[in-house]
Design a protein around this ligand. Sequence first.
Ligand code: UT7
Length: 336
Amino acid sequence: MYNSKIIGLGHYVPDNVVTNDDLSKVMDTNDAWIQERTGIKERRHVVKGDGDTTTTMGVKAAKIAIERAGIDKDDIDFIVFATLSPDYYFPGPGVLVQRDLGIKTVGALDVRNQCSGFVYAISIADQYIKTGMYKNVLVIGSELHSHGLDMTTRGRGVSVIFGDGAGAAVLSREEDNTKGILSTHLHSEGQHAEELSLIAPGMGKRWVNDIIADNDPNDESYFPYMNGQFVFKNAVVRFSEVIIEGLEKNKLKSTDINLLVPHQANLRISQFIQKKFQLSDDQVFNNIMKYGNTTAASIPIALTEAWEAGKVKSGDLVVLAAFGSGFTWGSVIIRW
Ligand code: UT7
């Protein structure tokens, strides 16, 4: 059995900055409310027609990660792509990355775990590398939320939170099993599936034909729905549990953490976790202020920025943790 380690990171966000004040021009919201409740100051939105999609943003992030990994694209043995906003209903973006990067006909897997998507994707890549089946795996988290949000006052509880962007990591074989990814921990609780969801278009309740036939301007089924307070309460509990689970598995304590990179759901959630584990500001990386919640892209964007800022050093204990729609949640414990 091998370990896996992250050998390259990259991210890409669209140039278009949308501030809280910009949003207050199209819906009844304001900078004070958004900052107070979420910590978000601005986010990026893809401008329609400029060519960026979930896949193209993922490809841009992946190119940087591959270059920094110091490998050739043809050394990639497998692709894992996490998103809730794929370019097409099918096929998923994994194969589009294989095509657009001109990688040979390796396997490409799409992960549908929303905010936990990147943690799930890392866990999958780690298992393939551990068994020796693959040596280098490209993992991407990318989201284009802005085109699918309800940008009216009706949708303000959700639409002010989410932003667009992508992050990518190259995982590679590590022969020293005290280094790299030490363990991953995944959970789900489908009982709360609809509490943070986008129901249509789907074959279960409402397909496109139904939406067109009803032609109802008040139809909200194709916008994301979130029971914010319920999600918040579950998030703080599950984040804490799954971080503790990962630390205990490796006989570590919270004081051993050099850097926690939580999924950027809400600055208040990150601050709650920071306080609970008595971590300093230097030990928790947040960038939700600049990008909002980019779901599957949030951890790889944050991890890339933390690495670029010199906050991730060889030997550091780095913890990734996520919670989101499903509900799903998970953690990754890394000795960098
Ligand atoms: O990434 C996946 C995981 N996601 C999360 O973990 C998110 C968890 N939840 C949250 O972050 C918070 O629940 C939100 C930020 C989404 C909402 O904050 P909240 O403190 O729970 O607010 P609320 O939904 O209870 O709404 C409070 C008030 C309401 O008005 P009334 O009924 O008190 O008059 C809302 O209508 O704030 C109003 N409101 C807004 N006002 C201005 C809701 N959205 C907005 C808005 N601007 N954008």
